[in-house]
Structure formats: structure tokens, C-alpha cells
Design a protein around this ligand. Structure first.
Ligand code: HGY
Ligand code: MN
Ligand code: MN
Length: 430
């Protein structure tokens, strides 16, 4: 692996400021924290998300760096010169997301953003001139927990503007336009958030594993080989509301009873038939949701995942067939009212080698593994080679208040990100 372009600069001797990294992780983790549960809620473009964004931009400015918000609401942090990147003035981008799920953890996304800022600040403070500019980014609305377009910001950077809803709304139908403006974005200028072709030489994302693999094997670093594909169908089930006491069973079109069958169908598709790796109903909203009224409508989501796009497709087809059968059996109408898709992607061989080589140089046991979670990296793969670094999750849990990673692993991951970024910046053949 030739990274001589950087070796001569002495940059590979740089180290991050571990205490600064851990301080920022803790400070950021307090924003949107719920003392009752210990969880963090910073759904995309919510007031808590805006507070976290302001924190990141303040830290960047204090570090003498230049944060800027693009039209999609992404925060891009650069060093002094802000010349527009082009194919012959490339950047190496590092980042993740600040937004969270509801009552989630303080590391999912946020850790990767703080580590990217730490790496950028370390390089800029060294004064070492590098052949490519390192850039840190906080992608907007990766989770899609409030406004249900996950990977919003990375889709915009990757130029997938056409795939974004024209007038996006949250789950209650409230428009995104104003919330995006308050975050510094502009719904009418989304196209300006995409980066010129070839301007990003590579994208690296550091993230907590969110699963049990590294903890079980004892590896300190995960070299991600592929990121799962994901299909999320939003269903509307329409039955007939009615009095729970006076409506005979045979005269009902119970939307919630139909929804229950959909939940079991999703479990059956992945759990029993194993058509895809996992299937989950995470959101289920009956109306009117009162004890003595038969539910007239239900809104729910079905999340299907697999690293093989054909298997995910087979699972979707099986589900759609089962939805027809359930509708007929329950006398309801079941409509797919929205769907979001992200294809499985592989990481770049050269970046995997840079990550593995960096872990080895730092004496850290590492292994290759797939990601069962989706990440902004899988959209950045549209415009650049991608690499992903995992650190162990204690108990293998995430998207819950108990999400945690040992401080020494947080520091180790950031050190691998620094070294991998420097190796990548020095790669002649990108
Ligand atoms: O859902 C996911 O896989 C990620 O957390 N957005
Ligand atoms: Mn997540
Ligand atoms: Mn994440």
C-alpha cells in the first residue's frame, strides 16, 4: 500500500487529543438526553437536533475551523481555504450524523462526527500540508425518525435530489420546509448540496458497531466489508371504526387486527421463511387508539433488510402478497403509502486495507464484518470509494439508552480514523 505522499510529511506521527474527543462525546450526549430514561432524543431537524448542530459548529469555530450549512442542512467543516472542491482539488471526507432515534443512544452517529472533527482539528493544528484536504461532515436526518426520509443529507450530497420528496412532511404531515430553514437549509436549493463528480476522493465513517460481533470475538476494530440494503414500507390500513361493545365480531373490519397479522407476516418472512435477514415493524399507530373503539385505520412501517438486494426483493414480494391476503381476510384495505430504499453496498478494497493496516500499526486486533445497520456511507458510495470503521458496542445494543462503548475503544477508533484518513489522503491511485 503506497501512502508515501503522506509519509514524507511526518503526518503519520500525529495523534488525536483523546481527552478533547471524550469531552465532546460527553457534552454532545447531554443534548436531548432524558434523565428519566438515560436515552437521547434528537430527531432530525427537531429543536434538540438544532441544539446539537449549534454545539458542533461552536466547537468547530473555537478550533479555528470553518463550519457551513448546506441547503439540505448538512454541516460541512473545512479548514481555512474554502475553495470549491473539484476533480483536481479533491477532499477526503469523514463524518456521520448527529440526529438520533427516539430514546436512543448518545454514540450512534454522534461519535463519528466528533471523531471526524477531532481528526480534522489534529491535522490542521499540525500545520502539515497534505495532498488532499480532509473535511468533516455531519449529515442531516440520517435516521428519518421524525421526517421519514432517512439518509436525507447524504442523499443530497450524493446528488440523489430527485429521489427526495418534493414537499417532505413529518409523520403527522407537518412540512419540513420551515424546520429545514431553521436548521440553515433551503428546500428550494437542494441541488446545491450535491458535490461535483470526482471532488470527493474517498469517504470514511467511524461508527459504533451496534451489534455483538466485535465484543464476542474480542476484536477492537471492525473493518466493514458491506452495508445492508433496506426497504421501509409505510402502510395505511383502512377498516371501519366502531363501538367495541355493540359491533358483532362477524361484522367488523378491524384495522388493528389486520395490522397484527402484518406484524406476524413480517416476522414469518424473515424468522421462519428466512427470505431476508431481518424484518421489523417499528412504528404502529392505530386510530383512534381508544379502548372502546374498534380501530378504523392504522399507519405502520415494515423494515426489511439484507446485504443481498435480490433476497430483500424476494422478501418484499412475499410481503406484498401476504398484504393482499390479509386485506381480504379482514375486510380492510391495505395501501403502501410511502417507501424508502437503500441498496446494499460494498466498501472499497483499498480503504479496507488502509483501515486494517492502521489498526495493525496501532496494535489493535481487527476483523472484517458486514453492517446490519444502514449508514450515510452507503449513499456516499454513489460518488466516492467508501470505508467504514466499527468499534465494539457493549452488550451489542444500540437505538436504546443502554448503548455504550468503552472510552478506550472510542479513542482507539478515532486513532484508526486519523491514520486511515492520512493513508487515504496519500493514496496515489484514488
Ligand atoms: O436504521 C438504521 O440502520 C440506521 O440506524 N439508520
Ligand atoms: Mn441509527
Ligand atoms: Mn448511525
Amino acid at each position: 500500500m503506497s501512502h508515501t505522499l503522506v509519509e514524507r510529511t511526518g503526518a503519520l506521527a500525529l495523534d488525536i487529543d483523546a481527552q478533547r474527543l471524550l469531552r465532546r462525546v460527553e457534552e454532545l450526549g447531554r443534548i436531548g438526553a432524558d434523565p428519566a430514561t438515560g436515552g437521547v432524543t434528537r430527531t432530525g431537524f427537531s429543536p434538540a437536533d438544532r441544539e446539537a448542530r449549534a454545539y458542533l459548529m461552536d466547537e468547530a469555530r473555537t478550533a479555528g475551523l470553518f463550519p457551513a450549512v448546506d441547503a439540505a442542512g448538512n454541516i460541512v467543516v473545512r479548514q481555512r481555504h474554502t475553495r470549491r472542491p473539484t476533480a483536481d482539488r479533491q477532499v477526503v471526507m469523514m463524518g456521520s450524523h448527529l440526529d438520533t432515534v427516539v430514546d436512543g443512544g448518545r454514540l450512534d452517529g454522534a461519535y463519528g462526527v466528533i471523531a471526524a472533527l477531532e481528526v480534522l482539528q489534529t491535522v490542521v493544528e499540525s500545520g502539515i500540508a497534505l495532498p488532499r484536504e480532509p473535511v468533516a461532515i455531519a449529515f442531516a436526518n440520517e435516521e428519518g425518525a421524525l421526517f421519514p426520509q432517512p439518509f436525507w443529507g447524504s442523499m443530497a450530497v450524493a446528488g440523489r435530489i430527485a429521489e427526495l420528496p418534493r414537499e417532505p412532511c413529518d409523520h403527522q404531515g407537518r412540512p419540513l420546509r420551515e424546520a429545514l430553514r431553521l436548521a440553515g437549509g433551503d428546500l428550494d436549493a437542494l441541488g446545491s448540496a450535491s458535490w461535483p463528480r470526482q471532488s470527493v476522493a474517498a469517504y470514511l465513517e467511524l461508527h459504533v458497531e451496534q451489534g455483538p460481533v466485535l465484543e464476542r470475538s474480542g476484536s477492537r476494530i471492525g473493518v466493514v466489508e458491506a452495508i445492508t440494503g433496506r426497504i421501509v414500507l409505510t402502510l395505511e390500513i383502512r377498516g371501519a371504526a366502531g363501538h367495541s361493545g355493540t359491533t358483532p365480531m362477524e361484522a367488523r373490519s378491524d384495522a388493528l387486527a389486520a395490522a397484527a397479522r402484518v406484524v406476524l407476516a413480517a416476522e414469518h418472512i424473515a424468522g421462519r421463511r428466512k427470505l431476508c435477514r431481518v424484518a421489523t415493524v417499528g412504528r404502529l399507530a392505530p386510530h383512534p387508539n381508544t379502548p372502546n373503539t374498534i380501530a378504523g385505520t392504522v399507519r405502520m412501517t415494515v423494515d426489511l433488510r439484507d446485504t443481498d438486494v435480490w433476497r430483500a426483493g424476494d422478501a418484499e414480494e412475499a410481503l406484498r402478497t401476504m398484504l393482499c391476503d390479509i386485506a381480504e381476510a379482514t375486510g380492510t384495505e391495505i395501501e403502501v403509502v410511502a417507501e424508502t430504499r437503500s441498496d446494499p453496498v460494498s466498501t472499497d478494497r483499498r480503504l479496507r486495507a488502509a483501515i486494517a493496516g492502521s489498526a495493525e500499526e496501532l496494535g489493535l486486533l481487527h476483523e472484517e464484518l458486514p453492517s446490519g445497520a444502514g449508514h450515510d456511507a452507503q449513499f456516499m458510495a454513489d460518488i466516492a470509494p467508501i470505508g467504514m470503521i466499527f468499534v465494539p458496542s457493549i452488550g451489542g445494543v444500540s437505538h436504546v439508552p443502554e448503548e455504550n462503548t468503552a472510552p478506550e475503544d472510542l479513542v482507539a477508533g478515532a486513532r484508526v480514523l486519523l491514520r486511515s484518513a492520512l493513508r487515504t489522503i496519500g493514496l496515489e491511485e484514488l
